[in-house]
Design a protein around this ligand. Structure first.
Ligand code: DL6
Length: 822
């Protein structure tokens, strides 16, 4: 009998080396003399995947047990980031793989760098889904993540002449060793057409949906392994195809292009991730995408449940379905269609099953981000679902009428279909009506949901509401991205914190210890040097690693207020210009983030940052005391390089606008100090790390509302603050744009005459707090202590804690450890 070490799943360096060579020869038809670095990356990834699959098979066998409840996470986005290094860490074979790769004459870091990251998400929401998949597996919770296998993920960003340029993200170009296509596992999805009604022989009223087209969803599975456990869950992403790839009948009739276009139309559905543009209404393809993946996923869950002898009426015993925002909310209507039309379940029972199966997470308070669909458009794509939604709504509003004694305002606000001549389907209302639980993603956000966008829902169904503060996985965001800091931490408190982040509090006892402070700051400096090198390579800007690394990285959006930050930079610049000997603590302002391609003002904000950078970085009077960098193409890979090097974390959104934020957590865990408003999870971060270790500024959410209701006039702030006025005048006059003042006029007009996000109102307090930041940085010991305490007190923000909260309060699913049998 072979030991595991001798079989293809052993974990020792020799076995790994043999596995890599085997894949290179027998899988890829290559040998060392001709193999490229990418060939080695692929071979190594296949070798790692073998080890995942061994665990995956054991996990799936366990889940096939009829009594095992499974969490089904429905998300249109998964911003996974590269797999290889993360899997090496979770398997516990990083060092062994390093040895294996060295003995093959390969550098492991090079191979890791070969991976094209799957950027199947826009930002926080998609990245949260990825962190949750990691935590679900680590906590040994049976789970399937369902989504879309976009052929093109989030666009790649380049900067030309200071402007954002978008390029296609062809991430599958060189193949994807992590996924397994399950060609046999496919579901038909109907789209368009019309509905016929008839009465069957038993006198039952029936609907027959005659589709305009049928698309096939093919499953592509990616194994997601937990940290140092055998649980390996499934991320099942659907690719759309034509049911028959080639229609011979059409071909024979000489309509070749017709036959091909059908294939193209079908394949288009999973072709590209939608960027979260301002204007996203009316995009038929987006509705098709949402329905496509949700329908495949629900059909799949039902098939799994029935194949194990489950009864359709008890679907919710097998699966709990979490809706990641409203993107999959059409699932509520699809579940009803499957139950009523396909499985012939009576309406009331079907509605009961549906409401016991779904839970909904809201991720935004921004009204423009709450999805609605024009009823006519909706009908053209999903005619049967429109009927179902109308029926759900009719019965639902009857219930509301009785409960509210006919309160018209409540009835119209809760209605799933809006009144008026242009009827709209409100997806958040559909999600709320069809779910047994509704949650926000940070304490403040959950409170505001209850007071604002979901106020009326809360009034009638308070028991459905809860808060589940977001979290992030310390495996990727500390162990993988900051190995030196992680080793330092482990050298003091052991490795338990990696799975139980609360153990980081063990670091508090060293926060005042000068030698630990020294070690901490040395690691920080190393990481800053690494980033400085990359900045030089990528942007040709030389930055000083001993300056404050002030980091503002996230999607570019007015509410996230990158323009507030750059106004402060201009103010500092002017202080130096007006007094060249002014004492300015050297600082490097690092920005990164993508602007939605159709979001004009966000793109102008990038141009403003790069334009200010061009002037400030070159001005000899500044003498390198301030530098401004826009690091292009912010993605998971680049985020992993930036967070460890940050001293200051900019979390400066207008209070009440950022639902939670997760970058704020990652930065703090890596020892950055936050300058921030009382917004999203900042509030809880400040509570945890202590007010004395957090730089607070700006209006509170109530003050923002108050100011707006009093009639906020940004122009008054502009006139009242000479530093602010000068900065804006300079932008306006073309000082930063080769004397062409018109470049930024839209941005300036928006600030001076609208300023929806109260940038000007918060400017003064922001600048004052930034002075405190600089002051604090001068005292190295104080800074080191604050930095250590930030990391030490971040236990709450592990995604393991979030997932445990979901499991205990909403999903009612517990761990189910998986045994490996040789
Ligand atoms: O919950 C994850 C993430 C939050 O941390 C951000 O604060 C929030 O802006 C983001 N929301 C979205 C909303 N998209 N839609 N719809 O991405 O979610």
């Amino acid at each position: 009998i072979l030991t595991r070490e001798e079989t293809r799943t052993g974990l020792g360096p020799e076995t790994l080396k043999r596995a890599i060579l085997n894949h290179l020869f027998y899988n890829q038809g290559k040998f060392p003399e001709i193999a490229t670095r990418n060939d080695y990356y692929m071979a190594m990834s296949f070798a790692v995947r073998d080890r995942l699959l061994q665990r995956w098979v054991a996990s799936v066998k366990k889940y096939l047990n009829a009594d095992q409840k499974i969490v089904s996470y429905l998300s249109a986005e998964y911003l996974l980031g590269p797999h290889l290094a993360n899997n090496l860490i979770n398997l516990g074979i990083y060092e062994n793989m390093e040895k294996a790769s060295n003995s093959l004459g390969m550098n492991l870091d090079w191979l890791i760098a070969k991976e094209q990251e799957p950027g199947l998400g826009n930002g926080g929401l998609g990245r949260l889904a990825a962190c949750y998949m990691d935590s679900l597996a680590t906590l040994e919770i049976p789970a399937i993540g369902y989504g879309i296998r976009y052929q093109f993920g989030i666009f790649e960003q380049d900067i030309k002449d200071g402007w954002q340029i978008e390029d296609t993200d062809n991430w599958l170009r060189r193949g994807n060793p992590w996924e397994i296509a399950k060609r046999e596992l496919g579901y038909d999805v109907k789209l368009g057409g019309y509905v016929q009604h008839y009465t069957d022989i038993n006198g039952k009223f029936k609907a027959n949906w005659i589709p305009g087209m049928i698309v096939k969803g093919i499953a592509y599975d990616t194994p997601i392994l937990g940290y140092r456990v055998n649980t390996c869950n499934t991320l099942r992403l659907w690719k759309s195809e034509a049911p028959k790839s080639f229609d011979f009948q059409t071909f024979n009739q000489g309509l070749y292009s017709g036959a091909v276009s059908d294939k193209t139309v079908c394949e288009n559905i999973s072709k590209v991730l939608y960027p979260n543009d301002e204007q996203r209404e009316g995009k038929i393809l987006r509705l098709q995408q949402q329905y496509f993946f949700v329908s495949c996923s629900l059909q799949d869950m039902i098939a799994i449940h029935l194949s194990q002898g489950g009864k359709i009426e008890r679907f919710y015993d097998k699966f709990v379905v979490q809706l990641n925002d409203t993107h999959p909310a059409i699932g509520v209507a699809e579940m009803m269609r499957l139950l009523v039309d396909v499985y012939e379940v009576e309406w009331d029972l079907a509605w009961d099953i549906t409401k016991k199966s779904f839970a909904y997470t809201n991720h935004t308070l921004l009204p423009e981000a709450l999805e609605t669909w024009d009823q006519d458009l909706f009908q053209s794509v999903l005619p049967r679902h429109l009927e179902i939604i109308q029926e759900i709504n009719r019965r639902f509003l009857d219930e509301v009428t009785i409960r509210t004694y006919g309160d018209q305002d409540l009835i119209s606000s809760l209605s799933i279909i809006s009144d008026g001549p242009w009827k709209k389907i409100r997806m958040a209302n559909l999600a709320c009506a069809g779910s047994f639980a509704i949650n926000g993603v940070a304490a403040l956000h959950s409170e505001l949901l209850k007071k604002t966008v979901l106020k009326d829902w809360y009034q009638l169904w308070p028991e459905k509401f809860s808060n589940k503060t977001n979290g992030v996985t310390p495996r990727r965001w500390m162990v993988l991205s900051n190995p030196k800091l992680s080793s330092l931490i482990s050298s003091k408190i052991g490795e338990g914190w990696i799975k139980n982040l609360d153990e980081l509090t063990g670091l508090e006892q060293y926060a005042d210890d000068p030698s630990f402070q020294q070690e901490w700051m040395v690691v920080k400096h190393e990481m800053k040097k690494d980033l400085a090198k990359r900045i030089l390579q990528r942007t040709k800007i030389k930055v000083d690693p001993s300056s404050i690394f002030d980091v503002h990285v996230k999607r570019i959006h007015e509410y996230k207020r990158q323009h507030l930050n750059i106004l402060h930079v201009i103010a500092l610049y002017n202080r130096i210009k007006q007094n060249p000997d002014a004492e300015v603590v050297p600082r490097t302002f690092i920005f990164a983030g993508k602007a939605a391609p159709g979001y004009h003002l966000a793109k102008l904000m990038i141009k403003l940052i790069t334009s200010v950078a061009d002037v400030v970085n070159q001005d000899p009077i500044v003498k390198d005391r301030i530098k401004v960098v826009f690091y292009p193409n912010y993605n998971v890979t680049n985020a992993q390089r930036i967070y460890p090097a940050a001293d200051v974390s900019e979390q400066i959104s207008t209070a009440g606008k950022e639902a939670s934020g997760t970058g704020n957590m990652k930065l703090s865990m890596n020892g950055a100090l936050t300058i921030g408003t009382l917004d999203g999870a900042n509030v809880e971060i400040r509570d945890c790390v202590g007010a004395e270790n957090f730089f607070l500024f700006g209006l509170t959410e109530e003050e923002v509302q108050q100011k707006k209701s009093e009639g906020y006039n940004p122009f008054d702030y502009y006139m009242a603050n000479p530093e602010l006025k000068l900065a804006i005048d300079q932008i306006n006059s073309g000082y930063f744009s080769h004397m062409n003042g018109s470049v930024f006029k839209d941005l300036i007009n928006s600030l001076l005459y609208h300023d929806q996000y109260l940038v000007l109102a918060d400017f003064e307090s922001y600048v004052a707090e930034q002075e405190r930041v600089a002051e604090a940085y001068k005292d190295k010991q104080r800074w080191a202590k604050m930095s250590i305490l930030n990391a030490a007190r971040m236990g709450k923000f592990s995604s393991d804690r979030s997932i445990k909260d979901y499991c205990d309060d909403i999903w009612k699913v517990g761990p189910s450890p998986v045994e490996l049998v040789d």
